[in-house]
Write a protein that binds this ligand. Structure first.
Ligand SMILES: Nc1ncnc2c1ncn2[C@@H]1O[C@H](COP(=O)(O)OP(=O)(O)OP(=O)(O)O)[C@@H](O)[C@H]1O
Ligand SMILES: [Mg+2]
Length: 259
């Protein structure tokens, strides 16, 4: 990992993004900024456009208007590969791991190391090095698992999600985006994943997390962005907000209207 001096100030940001699917204006003016070393929560009601927003930041969809910034620079993403090349990776809600494969194999899925030279040419995978790198990545996040060679289907939900986070950390240099990473988890396991967000941010990456788990994620976040019907309704420090404040903005309640 590089030192703080070489870290960009803004790990990832989207400014005034718009995206239409047919007649549905999923996003009309969405902005968010994720500084390096921080956890930023993205909240919003169902259908507010949160997942669409993440997909624009990951290059899965292309915006109709607006600007993307990665590592302090304006970028255009044509695919997920472009985002990965710039050090941006993601963790999905549905635990996108291969259940039959081992922890190590899951951490390298799509990134297998091949041996140098002739064996490498023949496509032989260097198992020993893979195991060492996976072990190192898990250890840096203080993730404890019964074994690295066990199939991931034998792990608990929280352990699986921890593997998914470790995989993203291993392959990203800039930012990690998470869409509902605790949605499939119980309370204790959700705590573990939230603790991991802090550890990942402390390592210097930007962490952007979409969640409906307001109390837990508000506690772990440094900053909060709230989307309302495709627009950024609020950007604030998490410490300045309560859960009822967040809910009120999410559903479009405005104090001036209530007066
Ligand atoms: N690929 C698509 N094609 C057509 N419409 C889409 C597509 N993706 C999203 N939408 C629409 O865009 C709007 C925003 O959806 P999005 O999934 O971004 O919301 P969300 O905030 O993630 O909601 P949730 O909290 O329920 O996950 C919705 O009206 C949705 O139906
Ligand atoms: Mg969503």
């Amino acid at each position: 990992m590089s030192s703080d001096a070489t870290r960009p100030q803004i790990a990832i940001a989207g400014r005034h993004l718009a995206k239409k699917f047919g007649h549905v204006q999923a996003l009309s003016d969405a902005s968010i900024s994720v500084p390096s070393g921080t956890v930023v929560a993205l909240f919003g009601d169902n259908g507010a456009g949160k997942s669409t927003f993440l997909k624009l930041l990951l290059g899965i969809h292309q915006a109709d208007a607006g600007e993307l910034i990665i590592g302090d620079k304006p970028v255009v993403l044509r695919s997920v590969r472009d985002a990965q090349r710039l050090g941006v990776d993601c963790v999905y809600q549905d635990l996108a791991l291969a259940p039959d494969l081992s922890v190590v194999d899951n951490m390298f899925l799509g990134h297998e190391l091949t041996r140098q030279g002739a064996l490498g040419w023949a496509g032989f995978v260097d198992r020993k090095e893979m195991q060492e790198r996976a072990d190192d990545a898990l250890r840096r996040l203080s993730i404890k698992l019964p074994s690295l060679t066990v199939a991931v289907q034998e792990l608990s939900g929280g352990q699986k999600q921890a593997v998914a986070v470790a995989r993203a950390v291993m392959w990203s240099k800039t930012a990690i985006l998470m869409d509902e990473p605790t949605a499939a988890l119980g309370a204790r396991q959700s705590e573990i994943v939230c603790d991991l967000m802090r550890t990942v941010a402390a390592s210097g990456l930007g962490v952007l997390v979409v969640s409906h788990d307001l109390p837990r994620v508000l506690k772990v976040a440094d900053e909060v962005t709230i989307l309302w019907r495709g627009k950024t309704a609020l950007e604030a420090r998490a410490a300045d907000l309560t859960v009822p404040d967040v809910v009120a903005t999410m559903v479009g309640y405005r104090a001036d209207e209530a007066a």
